[in-house]
Ligand binder design. Structure first.
Ligand code: 13P
Length: 287
């Protein structure tokens, strides 16, 4: 059964480790992540962006697939199904479909509007017993080929949003989605420390987990980060494994590729990277 992310994140924050959010795009990714979590006795969060949800035939299809898989694969570790960077409308739809955790990303609104909309979301999610992630200070990334610098969130604004009763808070500390540019200045631990001090016990979320050096990951965890999102790295290993398989030319006697065999190396590559991240984040045997 899917669970809210609240308990696993509070435990992670207290125990000074982080739970990984791995974004899913299809059946193979979902199966790879669930099996790896079970094998490593780790809690896990499956992240779904609105774009990925559209690709996978909508929120209801995803809820059905994940629930079915958990039963068939006998997954007993805590699993949260989480909407990633949800819009207001998207959040309502994901809740309705049976997601157990919601991110409402109001970071592009002025802070007053972010507060007003997040307040509504706190009410709606708590009525249903779901966990809620809010965001302050947008996280940079590639847009139209231009890689923006990661924004730094204001600690007072973080406190204002944290005090609304959200479960976890994503705050920009120089992190960006996708690959980091070679001139990236690194995470701002000064900003993270201020945010951590201002928000008390709130589990903090680090987006843009791909490509952050290990020492920075560990330091971020020591300063209150209890959830780390990884997406691009899974895409990269999946792509590389599939490319190698095609280049090796292992199709069925010249008739084309068997889809199950074609996707198998990518599936194994995702299992390996997820295990590596769970070890780094310290969530192994914390289920
Ligand atoms: P990356 O794609 O950089 O791993 O970031 C993932 C993320 O933060 C999803 O919200």
């Amino acid at each position: 059964m899917l669970v809210s992310a609240k308990e696993m994140l509070n435990k992670a924050r207290d125990g000074k480790y982080a739970v990984g959010q791995f974004n899913i795009n299809n059946l193979e990714w979902t199966k790879a992540i669930l099996l790896t979590a079970q094998e490593n006795n780790s809690p896990v969060i499956l992240g779904v962006s609105e774009g990925a949800a559209k690709y996978m035939c909508g929120f209801k299809t995803i809820v059905g697939m994940v629930n079915g898989m958990m039963e068939e694969l006998k997954i007993t570790v805590p699993v949260a199904l989480h909407l990633d960077h949800g819009s207001y409308e998207g959040a309502l739809k994901a809740m309705e479909a049976g997601f157990s955790s919601i991110m409402f990303d109001g970071s592009h609104y002025a802070i007053d509007e972010n507060i007003a909309k997040t307040t509504e979301m706190v009410k709606l999610t708590s009525e249903k017993g779901l966990s809620l992630e809010a965001e302050v200070g947008s996280i940079g990334g590639e847009e139209d080929g231009v890689v923006g610098a990661g924004e730094i969130a204001d600690a007072n604004e973080c406190k204002a949003i944290a005090d609304l009763g959200v479960t976890m808070l994503a705050a920009g500390i120089g992190n960006i989605h996708g690959k980091y540019p070679s001139n990236w200045k690194g995470l701002s631990f000064e900003a993270l420390e201020k945010i951590n001090n201002a928000t008390g016990e709130m589990p903090l979320v680090l987006h843009g987990g791909t490509g952050i050096p290990e020492d920075m990951i560990k330091k971020a965890i020591s300063l209150g980060v209890a959830k780390i999102n990884v997406n691009t790295e899974c895409q990269l290993v999946f792509q590389e494994a599939t490319r190698k398989y095609i280049e090796a030319g292992k199709d069925i006697e010249g008739k084309g590729f068997d889809p199950r065999k074609l996707l198998a190396p990518g599936f194994e590559a995702i299992k390996a990277i997820v295990k590596e991240k769970m070890e780094l984040f310290g969530s192994v045997n914390k289920a």
